[in-house]
Design a protein around this ligand. Sequence first.
Ligand code: MG
Length: 484
Amino acid sequence: MRGRLFIFKSGVGCFYKSADVIALKGAAKTLLNLFGSSGVRGLVNVELSPILAVKLGLAIGTLTRGGRVFLARDTRVSGEMLEKALVSGLLACGADVRNFGVRPTPVLAYLTKKLEADAGIVITASHNPPQYNGIKIFDREGLAYNEEKQKKIEDIIKEEGYSFAKWHDIGEVSNENDDSSYSEMIERNIQLERKWHIVVDTGCGATSHLAPLIFKRLGCRTTTMNAQFDGFFPGRSPEPDANSLQPLARVVRELHADLGVAYDGDGDRVAFIDETGAFIEFDRILAAYTAHVLNKKGGGKVVTTIEASMCVDKMAEKYNGKVIRTKVGDVYVAEALRRLGAVFGGEPCGAWIHPEFHYCPDGVLSSVLLLKALEHEDKVLSKFVADVPAYPMIRKSIQCGNEAKVKAVERVKELLFEVSPAYKQLSDIDGVRLDMENGWILIRASGTEPLLRVTVEGESLKFAEEIMNKTLSIVKKAVRDVKG
Ligand code: MG
């Protein structure tokens, strides 16, 4: 029986469906596109089973030639089951495994580089619901595996080209509790002057122990919420957003705290509540922090994805910054950051990368750096984002059969300039994006549904609505053309 593996493709929560992937039934020969842009991800025991985890362990053990591999997981119920399978595969290929247990993704990525492991693996489905899990791999530089390395893993699995160790060379596993070099890295580099009162909502995820500890060590008055490991995520969704953080917002208001911070399940994303209890939109805080970094550095390159609001560009312009946009996914942002020597990078889902520290998005580090930025600018959080323009963004969907989606997007690419013949730029980095003087349009195929998703942002609501109407008629035409 043929199965389908849903692959996490986007840093903001949509799923791409890979072509006819068979993972559960052992028919690895037809395995394609195992990785999304944030690792392998799927429904536990339906799309991501221990069988696939063993194969990934074997492939990583083969690729690293039985080297030193670090391992961690988030708090999900299925984490230990997948961990055992993954470790089994790694040991079989002679890899020595240091298992850090439940740790945030950025901590494991940092330790991988700092302690010179050959690879780091985190078992996590990030912000997805508890029934999902995933496997994300980092190289010895602490960078998430890029497409080239992912392809090597896929090829090894596809060809079953595993390098099994001889019986006397099978790897060893050790449990490791010492992650102190991570918190030392933060304490060494960042000292806070104010005694901030912050409310930390760790959502029962992997930051539940570490984040409050770090804030306390930095001298903050720290109130915690959902700060216990629980893979059912009973307190709130592992995805921090305006809706799931309503209780946090209420606590910040009632305690008159300075701000609230919250992380996703594996701690590479952060969301903020200001001192009035208002949720700060992801794009606006990204733009404000971008401006802060550029101001401090006297300009430079910053990296974000094609989905980020143009308020990032507006703020970057003010401070002599150049914005480079990549495909959606932290792997792409991290790669571009390193290649271009950019000063900062981030996705508008709260995944920020600070290249001076490491190349993995890091929620806890981001929140500490934000406090430092507030001190530096002597502002409360609501004032910190006050200069960022709020542009209206509209999102719509158009029906389009799964088999026609790719062709339809290609056709949209040919027609889209009609919306605004005097456009500034047409890009196909990820879907199709048209940039205009006063706004932009993005069309991408949905990963899970027979839909094309259309996003429009404009300087005014009237302009955004006009552009959306024109775009929808072009997208509908493209869908008709493809259907013939
Ligand atoms: Mg995450």
